[in-house]
Design a protein around this ligand. Structure first.
Ligand code: CP
Length: 315
């Protein structure tokens, strides 16, 4: 694997999930694989889980790790081709990415969408320019439209905790105080549509996702109906795709509460974190045995380690 930016970069998702679970049992089996190899983790936006879990995964494989908080510590990047750089930007992405490629064998990059220009965000221009100019294998640490390491960890979690061969998995929209990207729900939908699960998406009218990511899912505006017999509930806010990046008024009653779990099959509740308590998810759920959000975050390490292991094999 030379690129990990979506589920489409994975030859066999079942094998990758199994690899993650195997690494969880024996984290240090491949400690020599990454010897004398360096991964650079480049963040254009904040992170807790992705930064620490990918760093730990790389260390478990014996790699050296460099972290650059580009948004705080790097030069202001110019992204436009042909720009006359007589303003605030100091370094063009062409040089910045190419130089990072000189220091690293693999690069991880996080670049959120601006949520202003849908075509710009959905063209993945920042992520794709890094891939083009750095010249080494690249792993997405969340791009404008996808978060594949999160989705792989989510699938590993479902596979690990499911109690039937084909569980019902519900992605349900949740309220939030600000406009959030569609990357996590897009990505989760894309992975679930390829997994052996019954997959339902529930959201208020107006929060339809781009259908490129939801092909094969059952989609409803009725949350109660969706939750019936659910085995896993994935809670996530996202802003509207049309009008792009907007928060629509109302829908506060979409917050998941304990009483909404009654018609489920003792559902386990997931969230990628960070979570706004008592806005997206109630305290009573997060502090109950129904919540598996910490377990899910723990599995971020094995997802990252499975992906980096495949990349190291191909260096
Ligand atoms: N879920 C997730 O990606 O968390 P961070 O933004 O903290 O990395």
């Amino acid at each position: 694997m030379k690129l990990f930016s979506s589920v489409n970069d994975v030859t066999n998702i079942n094998e990758l999930v199994a690899e993650g679970l195997k690494l969880k049992q024996n984290p240090y089996t491949f400690q020599d694989l990454g010897k004398n190899k360096t991964i650079g983790l480049v963040f254009l936006n904040p992170s807790l889980r992705t930064r620490l879990s990918t760093q730990k995964a790389a260390l478990n494989l014996g790699m050296n790790v460099i972290v650059l908080n580009m948004d705080k510590e790097g030069w202001a990047l110019e992204l436009q081709d042909g720009a006359i750089m007589n303003g605030g930007s100091v370094e063009h992405i062409k040089e910045a990415a190419a130089v990072m490629g000189e220091y690293c064998d693999i690069i991880g990059i996080r670049s959120f969408p601006g949520l202003k220009d849908r075509d710009e965000d959905y063209s993945e221009s920042i992520f794709n320019k890094f891939v083009k100019y750095c010249g080494v294998p690249v792993v997405s640490l969340e791009s404008a439209t996808r978060h594949p390491l999160q989705s792989l960890a989510d699938l590993i979690t479902i596979e690990e905790l499911k109690t039937k061969p084909r569980p019902k998995v519900v992605l349900t929209w949740a309220p939030h105080v600000k406009a959030l990207p569609q990357a996590v729900p897009n990505s989760f939908a894309e992975w679930m549509c390829k997994a052996d699960v019954d997959f339902v998406i529930a959201h208020p009218k107006g929060y339809e996702l781009n259908t490129d990511f939801t092909n094969g899912a059952t989609i409803t505006n009725n949350q109660d109906e969706a939750l019936q017999d659910a085995d896993f509930i994935y809670v996530k806010n996202w802003s509207a795709y049309e009008p792009y990046g907007q928060v629509l008024p109302g829908n506060e009653d979409w917050m998941l509460t304990l009483d909404k779990l009654h018609p489920t099959n003792d559902a386990k509740v997931m969230h990628c974190l960070p979570v706004r308590r008592n806005v997206e998810l109630s305290d009573e759920i997060l502090d109950s045995d129904s919540s598996i959000v910490i377990h899910e975050a723990g599995n971020r390490v094995w997802a990252a380690q499975a992906v980096l292991k495949q990349m190291l094999h191909n260096l």
